[in-house]
Design a protein. Structure first.
Length: 335
């Protein structure tokens, strides 16, 4: 569906936060809970303090991971975590289930306009959509193009090309949720506290010619995720690597965070249409093609919709004012 003057079709926030099961789902549940802590609690005199987990806290990682993360990136611990929710949100967020991911690096911040323009000037990236704000009836595009504001008006291919150019890649949907939730099943990247636009992110902004635009990245340090990443909620939706699969959490590959093939996805979408289950993916129309997953919410999004389990999908070719990205990087193999 074309977007004009409003936020793109997306999941409406549910009145209640997702209910994360205390126990793993019965299907394929591991014998024990995940072991890698998202936050390390110091003992002794510092018993009340905490710090973001680092590679040094995970001796089983490849030796290269013990070194400092690449500039501007932070390590996301590998291991098992609870992805999705049993209740709340939309049906495509159900059920809660164990997923295993490998450790990887993720950009601490969303890619900025300044960063992206370096790639454009190098001839490796296409220029962002220069009328993205106007197409949304959101005022002057210049209001969204400060050097430290997140890049927006870029497609999935644009995001992929940028990440490839800088020696990185887009995160998978499971990797993104791992970075936002850690091991303590966070409802939001900062925890369970109700979203506060003064403390937790750039969101709940009015749309329109006199509305508030995106914020400079990193403006809300209190909202950091379990591994130290910022802006995982609000500012711009973030493209992920994966095709959107409404039944991803019910497939045999769910435990490793892998969606179905495009052919399987198209069949699933047809089944939803034929059975009249229009609301399965929230307010989004059920797709007729294989679309891409976006995560994290945007500057115009309401607080409850910033839940870390919320799944949004749009055609990869769309260049929306509300969509940007950050990049991931694999750990170097052990030598």
């Amino acid at each position: 569906m074309a977007v004009s003057g409003v936020a793109p079709d997306h999941h409406e926030p549910n009145d209640s936060a997702p209910n994360i099961s205390a126990n793993a789902p019965s299907s394929g549940a591991p014998a024990s809970a995940p072991t890698a802590p998202a936050v390390i609690r110091d003992s002794g005199a510092n018993a009340t303090s905490s710090r973001v987990a680092t590679a040094a806290d995970q001796p089983n990682l490849p030796s290269s991971a013990q070194a400092t993360a690449p500039g501007g990136m932070a390590l996301v611990a590998g291991g098992q975590f609870t992805m999705g929710a049993d209740t709340g949100g939309e049906e495509d967020e159900h059920p809660a289930h164990w997923v295993t991911v490998k450790a990887y690096y993720l950009d601490v911040l969303e890619v900025t306009v300044q960063d992206y323009l370096i790639c454009v000037k190098a001839g490796a990236c296409r220029m962002y959509r220069e009328d993205a704000a106007r197409s949304f009836h959101a005022g002057d595009d210049a209001n969204y193009r400060g050097p430290k504001q997140p890049i927006s008006g870029v497609s999935w291919d644009d995001a992929t090309n940028y990440c490839t150019h800088v020696g990185k890649r887009l995160p998978t949907e499971a990797e993104w949720e791992r970075a936002a939730r850690g091991d303590d099943n966070r409802v939001y990247p900062w925890g369970k506290e109700t979203p506060d636009p003064k403390r937790h992110g750039c969101f709940a902004h009015a749309m329109g010619p006199f509305g508030q635009p995106t914020c400079n990245v990193g403006s809300f340090p209190e909202a950091q995720g379990p591994y130290g990443h910022l802006d995982l909620a609000g500012n711009v939706w973030e493209w992920t690597q994966d095709d959107y699969d409404p039944f991803a959490y019910r497939r045999t590959s769910a435990n490793v965070g892998v969606p179905g093939s495009c052919e399987q996805i198209l069949r699933a979408q047809n089944d939803l249409r034929e059975s009249g289950r229009k609301g399965f993916t929230g307010k989004n129309p059920i797709p007729t093609t294989c679309e891409k997953v976006l995560r994290g919410g945007a500057f115009n999004y309401p607080g409850p919709g910033l839940r870390a389990t919320n799944r949004v999908h749009h055609p990869g070719a769309w260049r929306m004012l509300v969509a940007g990205f950050r990049c991931a990087k694999d750990l170097e193999p052990s030598r």
